[in-house]
Design a protein around this ligand. Structure first.
Ligand code: AMP
Ligand code: MG
Length: 482
C-alpha cells in the first residue's frame, strides 16, 4: 500500500469516450530516486505529503507501480506547430494518472511526464532527460510564485536509466499538475476529422470543468449561446495569461496550439526563458529560426491560436454558417482589448499607479524604449525604480547590486511628476511596486548552473537553492548573485 492507494483518483476525462484517449500504463524504470517533492502543493491537493516515509509512493511517481485506484491514460490531440498543421499528436511521453479534487474544490490532473512510450510516441522514446525536468520544475514553480497561472510541479524523480539524445543523458520523470491538460489542439483534432459530436462533448466537458459559472453569467448578460460564451472565456484567459507573461519578461518560445491549455495555465517549459536585457525581438528557441514566437509577437500569436478554437467551435455556435462566423468574430474582437486592458493594468502597477491612463501608458512605453536603447535588464530596472521609493529603513532592496544609469534621469523626473500629479503617496506606490516587481526571476545562467551541477556531478544543491529562492521572488535575500 502506498499513501496514494487511499486517494480518490477520478477519471472523468477518460469517461468522455474512447476516442479521447488510450489506456496506457507507465513503463517501469530501474532505480528511481526522489529529487524533490512539493509538500505544499500536495497538501493543497489533499494528497499525502509524507513522501519520505512512504517509499512505495516513489514507485508510483516513477511509474513502477500503478495502484488499483488509478487507471492511466494517454490523450490524443493535434496542433498547429510553428504555423504548420499536424493532424495527429498526443501525449507521446506523458501519462495521466487521474484527477483529484483540491482543497479549493477544483479538479486537477496528475500526470507523469517521461513515463514511457504511448500510442502517440511516434519515433520518440517516451522519456525525459533530467535537465528538462529540473528546468520545468524551476520555471513553473517560479511562475506560480509570481502569481502567473501555470501547471505545477508535484515531484521530480530520477530514473537510474539513461536516455539517448545527442549524447546519453540521465533520465527523469516529472509529475505535473494542471487544472486540465486539454489544449486548443485537442479541439482541433476532432474538428479536423469533422467529428462534431466529439467537439460538442469536449466543449460541454470544458464548460462544466472550467467555466460553468462564467458561461452562465455571459449567457444571461450577453444573450449568447454556450459555445460562443466558452470561446469568450478561453480567449479572455489566454489574453490575461499572455499579459502576465509580458509584464515579467517571459518568453514562452513554443506557442503551438498543442501548448495552449484551454484552462489558461502556462504549459510546456521547453525552450522558454525570462529575458535579461529588454529586447522586444528576443527569441530563445534555437528551432524558432523565423522569430515566430519572439517576445513582442506573443500577444498576436495568442490571438491566432484562439482563432483556431473558434474555428473548431463554429458549427456549435449556430447552424447558419454566416451567423456562426458573425458570433465568432464578435467574440474574437474582444481579444486585443482584453489583452491591452490587462497589460496596461499590470504595467501601471509596476510603476506604482493604481490604474492605467494614457499618461501612464506613455510613460511605460517611454521606459521600455529607453531600456531597449540602454540594453537594460528588464527585471532589475523595475526593481531599481521600486527601490527609489523605498523608505529609509527598508532592507528589502537591491542596494548597490543594480543602479539606474544617468540616461534614466529625464524619464525619472517625468515619472515622479506624474506620481505627484496623481497624488500617489510614495509608501503606497512603493508597497504596490514591491509586490509586483520581482527581485528574482529564473535567470538562464542559474537554471543552466543548476542543471549542470545535477547532470554532471549529481549535485542538486543549486537546484534546491534556486527553487527555494524563487518561491519568494519579491524578497531580496542577497543569497544569490543576481
Ligand atoms: P513538445 O515539444 O514537448 O511540446 O512535444 C511535442 C510532441 O512530441 C508531443 O506530442 C509530445 O508528446 C511528443 N514528444 C516529445 N518528446 C517525446 C519523446 N521523448 N517521446 C515521445 N514523444 C515525445
Ligand atoms: Mg508540448
Amino acid at each position: 500500500m502506498t499513501a496514494f492507494d487511499s486517494v480518490l483518483f477520478q477519471n472523468s476525462y477518460r469517461q468522455l469516450g474512447e476516442q479521447f484517449s488510450s489506456e496506457q500504463a507507465p513503463t517501469p524504470v530501474s532505480a528511481p530516486e526522489l529529487i524533490r517533492f512539493n509538500d505544499a502543493l500536495a497538501e493543497q491537493l489533499n494528497l499525502p505529503v509524507d513522501v519520505q516515509s512512504s517509499p512505495d509512493l516513489l514507485q508510483v511517481l516513477a511509474g513502477n507501480r500503478v495502484p488499483d485506484n488509478i487507471s492511466p491514460i494517454a490523450t490524443v490531440y493535434a496542433a498547429h506547430q510553428f504555423g504548420g498543421w499536424n493532424p495527429q499528436l498526443g501525449d507521446g511521453r506523458a501519462i495521466l494518472l487521474g484527477e483529484v479534487v483540491g482543497k479549493n474544490n477544483k479538479r486537477y490532473d496528475i500526470q507523469l511526464k517521461g513515463a514511457g512510450q504511448t500510442p502517440y510516441s511516434r519515433m520518440g522514446d517516451g522519456r525525459s532527460a533530467l535537465g528538462p525536468v529540473l528546468r520545468e520544475y524551476i520555471l513553473c514553480e517560479a511562475m506560480a510564485a509570481l502569481n502567473i497561472p501555470t501547471t505545477r510541479a508535484l515531484a521530480a524523480v530520477s530514473t537510474g536509466d539513461q536516455v539517448a539524445r545527442e549524447t546519453m543523458l540521465p533520465g527523469a520523470i516529472f509529475t505535473r499538475v494542471a487544472q486540465s491538460h486539454i489544449r486548443i489542439g485537442t479541439f482541433q483534432f476532432f474538428s479536423a476529422r469533422n467529428d462534431l459530436a466529439s467537439v460538442k462533448a469536449l466543449a460541454d466537458y470544458v464548460i462544466d470543468r472550467h467555466y460553468k459559472d462564467a458561461v452562465e453569467t455571459l449567457q444571461t448578460s450577453s444573450d449568447i449561446d454556450p459555445y460562443t460564451a466558452l470561446l469568450t472565456c478561453v480567449l479572455k484567459a489566454q489574453a490575461q495569461l499572455i499579459a502576465k507573461w509580458m509584464s515579467v519578461g517571459f518568453i514562452h518560445g513554443v506557442m503551438n496550439t498543442d501548448n495552449m491549455l484551454v484552462c489558461g495555465e502556462t504549459v510546456d517549459y521547453g525552450p522558454c526563458a525570462f529575458m535579461d536585457q529588454y529586447d522586444p525581438n528576443k527569441v530563445f528557441s534555437s528551432i524558432d529560426q523565423q522569430g515566430r514566437y519572439a517576445y513582442a509577437r506573443q500577444p498576436d500569436i495568442g490571438g491566432w491560436n484562439v482563432s483556431w478554437l473558434a474555428q473548431a467551435l463554429l458549427p456549435l455556435m449556430d447552424d447558419v454558417k454566416e451567423q456562426a462566423l458573425d458570433k465568432a468574430q464578435q467574440a474574437l474582437g474582444q481579444y486585443t482589448d482584453t489583452f491591452d486592458k490587462h497589460y496596461h493594468g499590470l504595467m501601471a502597477e509596476k510603476l506604482g499607479f493604481a490604474k492605467p491612463s494614457s499618461e501612464v501608458n506613455a510613460l511605460s512605453v517611454g521606459l521600455l524604449d529607453l531600456m531597449a536603447e540602454q540594453n537594460s535588464d528588464y527585471t532589475l530596472t523595475f526593481r531599481a525604480l521600486t527601490d527609489s521609493l523605498a523608505p529609509e529603513d527598508e532592507t528589502n532592496t537591491l542596494g548597490e547590486v543594480y543602479q539606474l544609469s544617468n540616461a534614466f534621469q529625464p524619464w525619472l523626473k517625468k515619472w515622479q511628476a506624474l506620481l505627484a500629479q496623481e497624488n500617489r503617496d510614495a509608501s503606497i506606490a512603493y508597497a504596490l511596486m514591491a509586490r509586483t516587481n520581482p527581485a528574482y526571476i529564473p535567470r538562464n545562467h542559474w537554471v543552466e548552473a543548476a542543471i549542470q551541477q545535477a547532470t554532471q556531478h549529481q549535485n542538486f544543491s543549486v537546484f534546491h537553492q534556486l527553487v527555494d529562492v524563487l518561491a519568494k521572488p519579491f524578497e531580496y535575500l542577497s543569497l544569490i548573485h543576481i
